[in-house]
Ligand binder design. Structure first.
Ligand code: 3EB
Length: 353
């Protein structure tokens, strides 16, 4: 069954439509990610206090640049703390930040990107301690030139070092109890991080087809990535599922290095496996491929139609997806897909099994 109301996630709007919404609507918004290859100062244009961040990536499918909007309930409170802009209601907090690596000199054995990442995550954890939103639900990470090498290490691996150090410095778990996330490459721009955190502990979900990312072997870098395959969170009378960026990885190995169709199928098999896990541990099963909202990151724009055809075949005509050009964190991976889903416990409990 399709949701009429999606808790938290208010959906995608064109950037222009976002700016032109009435004031009362803007007051109910926690924040937004604006995806556009053009330079847009989303905050200035929307006269805004709304925490929103510009992610410098191109949309590939027809349509305007888009804002992914997150919505709160009841009275919202906003603030700024260091580089973070945030808004929260009583149960969830949405924050965004952009940090330029230029503010960090190569220092001792830490690269500028590693330091920027560590600083970003330390700022987040400090804010969460202060405002008492202890639980990490979902992080979005956008990194310029993610696959290029500097200081003898691929930049994605530098990012992983900084991220894990911040988790450790704040006494947070780096295995098991870690957020859903994605990490994508843009052509340029500062390190850009968005996050959703809450006051109710989520369930962390792993994929039986894959080794947990936090247990990837050393061949993928000196520190493992700190994310889980999905998180499932109770939010009022709903359950919300955040499926992390998912790629054509089985075990820990990248599959089908040059075959974008096979990579799309493998990726969807992984998302299906994560959904099966979610349904196993959810209060009620009910997540299925056709009820998720997808964001598809495509490395090579020329692959768009093949990916879209394959995805439609896996999901059906109800597919709701947005396609963005971005680099994926391993050179051989041609796409990464993330998804969000929800179901309303109240309406499910009224149905027959
Ligand atoms: C993978 O499965 C693909 O470093 O936060 C997916 C989701 C990926 C999140 C991250 C990386 C991240 O390893 C890459």
């Amino acid at each position: 069954m399709r949701d009429t109301v999606f808790p938290m996630r208010s959906g995608n709007l064109s950037i222009a439509a976002f700016f032109n919404q009435p004031a009362e609507w803007k007051e109910s918004v926690l924040g937004a990610h604006c995806y556009s290859a053009d330079t847009v100062d989303c905050r200035a244009q929307a006269d805004m206090e709304i925490p929103c961040i510009h992610v410098p990536v191109q949309r590939l499918d027809p349509g305007d640049s888009i804002c992914e909007v997150w919505r709160g309930s009841g009275q919202l409170t906003q603030g700024q703390c260091g580089a973070i802009h945030y808004r929260h209601d009583d149960s969830v907090l949405f924050g965004v930040m952009a940090l330029s690596e230029k503010m960090f000199a190569a220092d001792g054995d830490k690269t500028p990107l590693q330091q920027a990442t560590e600083s970003a995550y330390r700022q987040v954890f400090k804010l969460l301690d202060t405002l008492r939103y202890p639980y990490l639900l979902r992080f979005w990470n956008y990194i310029a030139d993610i696959n290029s090498h500097s200081f003898g290490l691929e930049r994605y691996r530098q990012f992983n070092l900084g991220r894990q150090d911040a988790f450790l410095a704040h006494g947070r778990d780096v295995t098991g109890n870690v957020p859903a996330a994605c990490a994508l490459g843009s052509a340029q721009g500062p390190l850009t991080v968005g996050f959703l955190v809450g006051r109710v502990a989520p369930l962390n979900i792993e994929n039986p087809r894959q080794i947990s990312a936090y247990e990837y072997p050393q061949q993928y870098g000196p520190r493992s990535p700190t994310f889980s395959r999905a998180t499932l969170v109770r939010h009022g009378g709903d359950e919300v599922l955040f499926v992390s960026g998912t790629a054509s990885i089985v075990g820990h190995a990248s599959m089908h290095p040059t075959d974008v169709v096979a990579q799309t199928r493998e990726t969807m098999a992984n998302i299906k496996a994560v959904l099966d896990e979610a349904n196993r541990i959810a209060s009620r099963p009910g997540f299925d491929l056709s009820s998720l909202h997808y964001k598809v990151y495509v490395r090579n724009p020329a692959d768009l139609e093949q990916i879209r055809t394959e995805l439609t075949q896996c999901v059906g005509d109800m597919l709701t997806a947005v396609y963005l050009q971005a680099d994926v964190c391993r050179q051989e991976l041609l796409l990464e897909i993330e998804a969000t889903g929800t179901h309303t416990l109240a309406s499910l409990s009224g149905q027959q099994d």
